[in-house]
Design a protein around this ligand. Sequence first.
Ligand SMILES: [Fe+2]
Length: 459
Amino acid sequence: MKINTFFYFLAPVFLLGLSFTAFSQTAPYKEPKFHSDWSKPSVYPDRIILNFGEHPESQIGITWRTNSEIDSGFVEIAKASGDPKFWQNKKTIPANTGVFDAREIETAEVLAHYHSLEIDKLEPATKYGYRVGDGERWSEWFQFETASADTEKEFSFLYVGDAQNYILELWSRLIREGFKTAPDAKFFIHAGDLINTAHKEQDWHEWFTAGGFIHSMIPSLPTPGNHEYRAKDSLENIQKIRSLSLQWQPQFTLPKNGPEGLEETVYYMDYQDARIISLNSNRDLEIQAEWLESLLQKTKQKWIIVTYHHPMYSASSGRDNATLREIWKPIFDKYHVDLALQGHDHSYARGRVSPGENVLEGVNLRDQTGTVYVVSVSGGKMYEVGGDWTELGATKDRSGENTQLFQVITVKGDHLLFESYTAIGELYDSFELIKTENGPNKFIELRAKAIDERVSQEK
Ligand SMILES: [Fe+2]
């Protein structure tokens, strides 16, 4: 080969090969630096978030934050229309303002005001515009929609497991892809460990920044995980007391219909024909069992969907929560909870109790189901899957690891469609439940429609 031929024809190919090799090597992780002053409150509203009340066809909770100079707040609200002056018939309603003084708390070190308002007597199936401010400085107009009075009307909602780590870096793409896939989702379930370090302002700021206007448009139903609990100071550390994240109650305006002392962590709302219940798997399991039993005795809704953080059946080895099964599962079974939405294990698992292969009166029991249990993860921290459910009398139908996921759940009359998606919008898992006359739900396995299972090795 002439030397010229090498330089003109083969050298570019050779160099391209070298650079591709360099590109495809795994790069070491380097934590990004974000703006150091960014989580400080100002005179302008930030962290604007919606929560539904117990009756989402007529109630909404609105919360936001300012610095301590702003000692009053207002919500302006009007029925939305295409007319840019839709706000002419607005109501201006004063909000409640509370002082959030965490200046002495390590990692918080902040003084702020939180403003919140619960609005009721809204009209069902109606799109409202609202903005928040102090009368002079306002947010943009956001929109939300109340639930329908027609309990059979189709609706979808989103559910995610732990955001917790790499929130702004990586959870951002996940929540935004979720919004893109289900822009009409009526609410958003966060199954605990929204952040990594309870009380830490930076974590909460990442959570609010990653979600951006989604938090201000789609009401959130958060349930606390173990990472929402932490000692506030060295004295609590010595006494092994872990307090709920100081920001939780100021920054969410949730239904106060749970047991005393667990308000806004244990609560429920009735979205059309679904009763959605948040439980707190960190503490007081017996108190909640009693509360749950009395609540479910009176439940008339067709669908019962429960969310809490620690899984009833773990997705990973060595993370079993036997006490939960002992205390809560008999109630789930007795009152036919349809779906349990969980987090904590940083992987994916979906299964159910003893579906079996036996044919009874012409029906294969595999095609019927009690509660379906799901574990999912949305942030960037990942664990391997593991743990044997068969010895616990349950079957894992689908697993996943090393995959950020969000779920879209659609309810229409007697049908519930469950879909899990990866952070790039690939269908990862799916099944359908159908209500039958007084019997267990009919179960339709749809995982064959999804991409291949993402599990690194045979477990
Ligand atoms: Fe957790």
